[in-house]
Design a protein around this ligand. Sequence first.
Ligand code: HEC
Length: 285
Amino acid sequence: MTIRLGGIIVGLAITAVLVLWSLVPGFINFAFGPPPEKQASYAFYEHGEGPEGGFSFDGPMGKWDVAQLQRGYQVYKEVCAACHSLKFVAFRNLQQLGYTEAEVDAEAASWTVPGLDPNTGEPTTRPGEPTDYFPSPYPNAIAAAAANNNAIPPDLSLMTKARHDGSNYVYDLLVGYGEADPEKAAKLGFETPPGLYFNKHFPNVNIAMPQPLVLDGQVSYADGTEATIPQMAKDVAAFLTWTAEPSLVQRKQTGWFVLGFLLFATALAFLSYKQIWAGMKPKKK
Ligand code: HEC
């Protein structure tokens, strides 16, 4: 009896402590107001919803849309590659996007990669080969920072894995540019400093990346798809999902196979249980 009572009291005490603890941030907020440097970005940040209709690879039955990946690659090449590297992706990986070996050779050769002069050993550049990785547009981090208001454009190979809900996030980020509501900004003393750009879907709201997709038709798609800003954003987000996890679709398919196998194994286990106990009679009372 006393043990049970003790248990109840300890349980209540733990619950009380947890409840009080959960009230601490609210109390701090109430007593001291939200941290000032965060106040403004909280007021302007809006969580995005990703592209309308979602991605073809969403969900357990998701599949790549290879034409979309090709379009996304084109957007990366013609727009993002001016600032962002893709250092974990090699040109030969493009074969997975439905390009033939010859096309990959030609594609690689259209890029310039760092090389060494075979005679002097001096650093030079040369056309890419299928085994090369996508180069950085800058010779080093200092040059990258100097060209971008002190912010280094991050490598995009794994970006959709490095951010929560990354495919949707990349899409939202690319369509999130605009102006802060001037009235609200004046009230909160919020401003976008020179060299930064307002983006409601960037957690910090002011981002050092100028809006990369600014014009409908900024790239011309070979497959005739209309290159609106949301379309280009969706395509490049899909492409960057592929660079971060080329085996995504395979992983999902393997999952179904494993589930099927487990179901089969469960049925076998159940049948063998029946078989083993078949001769046993229940004990009479
Ligand atoms: C003019 C150079 C430039 C171009 C072009 C550019 N970016 Fe950026 N990007 C930047 C810089 C600089 C940052 C770092 C921003 C910061 O930390 O404030 C950045 C950051 C990012 C981030 C990371 C944001 C985060 O959450 O930290 C993503 C994702 C991104 N860029 C995607 C793209 C895509 C996709 C394209 C092509 C459609 C592109 N960028 C084109 C300069 C560029």
